[in-house]
Ligand binder design. Structure first.
Ligand code: SAH
Length: 206
C-alpha cells in the first residue's frame, strides 16, 4: 500500500482549514473517546461506523471546491462532522443516512450547534436525492463497490463528486469526478479505507 497521506496532496485551501478550525470535532465523538477528538484519525461512533479522519475530511472537502452558493449532497451522514464542515462552506447541504439512529444523533448535535442550512433524509444513498438535483457537489463518505449511476446523473454540469470506490477494505481509491460538457473526468486522490456503502435490505443494516 502506498504511503498515506500521499506527499503530493496537501490541504492548503484557507477556507477549508478555517472551517476545520471552527467546527468542534469533540461534539461529534462519543463521550468516552473525547480525549482523542483532535487526533488525526478515525474513531468509532457506534453501529460499526466511524467518524472520518480529519485529514481525509479536509482533503475531500477541498476537492469539492465549494462556494457560498453551492448546493451539496452528502451520502453517509454518520456522526455529522463532515456535514458541519460542508454547512460552513456551502449554501445548502442535503445529507442522506441509511441508519436512522445515526441520523437522529447527528441532527441533534447539528441543530444544537445552530446549523440551519442542512436538510436530512433517512434512506438509501445509492438513490441520491432526485427531487433536489442537480447538485454542484456530491460527497460519498462510504466506499461504493461500483460507481453509483444515480448520483452521477444528479451531478450538475461543472459539478464535482468525491467518492471512495472499491469492493473491499484493501483496494479503495478516492476519486474526484468532474462533469464537464457532459464528459466525466476522473482523477485519483489516492488510496483510502472507508466503511462500505451498503445496499440496504434490512438484514445488512447492523
Ligand atoms: N462522514 C461521516 C462518515 C460516516 S461513515 C463522518 O465523518 O462521521 C459512513 C456512513 O455511511 C455510515 O454512517 C453509514 O451508516 C452510512 N451509509 C452506508 N451505506 C449507506 C447508504 N446506502 N446510504 C446512506 N448512508 C449509508
Amino acid at each position: 500500500m502506498p504511503k498515506w497521506p500521499p506527499h503530493w496532496i496537501e490541504v492548503t485551501d484557507p477556507d477549508v482549514l478555517a472551517a476545520i478550525e471552527r467546527v468542534p470535532r469533540h461534539r461529534f465523538v462519543p463521550k468516552h473517546l473525547q480525549q482523542h477528538a483532535y487526533d488525526d484519525r478515525p474513531l468509532p461512533i457506534g453501529q460499526g461506523q466511524t467518524i472520518s479522519q480529519p485529514f481525509v475530511v479536509a482533503l475531500m472537502t477541498q476537492a469539492l471546491d465549494l462556494s457560498p452558493e453551492s448546493k451539496v449532497l452528502e451520502i453517509g451522514t454518520g456522526s455529522g462532522y463532515q456535514t458541519a464542515i460542508l454547512a460552513e462552506l456551502a449554501d445548502e447541504v442535503y445529507t442522506v443516512e441509511v441508519r436512522p439512529e445515526l441520523q437522529e444523533r447527528a441532527k441533534r448535535i447539528l441543530d444544537d450547534l445552530g446549523y440551519a442550512n442542512i436538510h436530512y433524509r433517512v434512506g438509501d444513498g445509492w438513490m441520491g436525492w432526485p427531487e433536489e438535483a442537480p447538485f454542484d457537489a456530491i460527497i460519498v463518505t462510504a466506499a461504493a463497490p461500483e460507481w453509483p449511476q444515480a448520483l452521477i446523473k444528479q451531478l450538475a454540469e461543472g459539478g464535482r463528486m468525491v467518492i471512495p470506490v472499491g469492493e473491499n477494505d484493501w483496494n479503495q481509491t478516492l476519486w474526484l469526478l468532474t462533469k464537464l460538457d457532459g464528459n466525466l473526468i476522473k482523477e485519483s486522490l489516492g488510496p483510502v479505507r472507508f466503511v462500505p456503502l451498503i445496499t440496504p435490505d434490512h438484514s445488512s443494516i447492523s
